[in-house]
Design a protein around this ligand. Sequence first.
Ligand code: TRP
Length: 325
Amino acid sequence: MTGDRPTGPLHLGHYVGSLESRIAFQSLYESYILIADTQALTDNFEEPERVHHNVYEVLRDYIAVGIDPHIATIFVQSQVPQLTELTSYFMNLVTVSRLERNPTVKAEIQQKGFGESLPAGFFCYPISQAADIAGFKAHIVPVGEDQLPMIEQCNEIVRRFNRIYKTDCLVEAQAYLGRGKRLTGIDGQSKASKSLGNAIFLSDSKEEVKRKVFAMFTDPNHLRVSDPGAVEGNVVFSYLDIFDTDTERVADLKAHYQRGGLGDTTLKTLLTDILEAFLAPIREKRALLTMPVLKDILHHGNERARRKVEATLSEVREAMHLVYD
Ligand code: TRP
């Protein structure tokens, strides 16, 4: 079980961080993939049209990279009201001071500069995320590193729930970090992120990919082709490490670059070609997906997701003495 906030189209960082493992896992496990529109609204509540639009963008990305809606259940958070119900029960099991300690939320609050206008919904989103995970009785949650505090918090809630209501109906989840790597942004300053404008999107055009690769941070002291260059901190190499399957070639290129005699242009042209070979089929598949097809996928996914969480909820209500007739 995993998901994404629909705040924009997905990028290569999402691919490396999580999409790749979902594709591998979908044929091994019962898989649920959530498009977290409710969570996206916690800090975009004034822009509901944008969130709505991006639900379909994210869905296109999912299908285009190879998530198979016939195997995995892709659904939209707001369309499963059982998740909201579970969130409200979980609210009692988390203290405000525990919420304040969540490092990811803390960093986001800083970054977004909420100050006194911090929405309660945003502050509490780890609780609703715990409901997302526990509602499906998820065992494995493929995510990027920044989501580890959410899973930890979810497991605390699950343990507390089971203890207080004397049940074992909820299960603890384990994060799965995939290649365990964060993809750096093209600026080399921090991880690839939409809000920092340093990411290559799965839907970028060929020209855009080339422009971004050529804007990548390399070694500022590598002035002439003949100069020795640094591999460490060089964004082009960090992308080659991940996207060039020919590891021997990458090792040779690194040695050559460090010796001197290998220019950035040659290297960037190679990376552009490698990324283009990866992205072209994704772009083509993306373009073929029509609105009726996308809506049909969500219609079925939402229905399957509701059934699954409703089954958990009947156990939850029973354990909480919330059955009256
Ligand atoms: N917080 C995740 C993100 O920032 C999205 C998300 C919502 C999620 N619910 C989830 C991820 C449940 C994994 C499991 O993209």
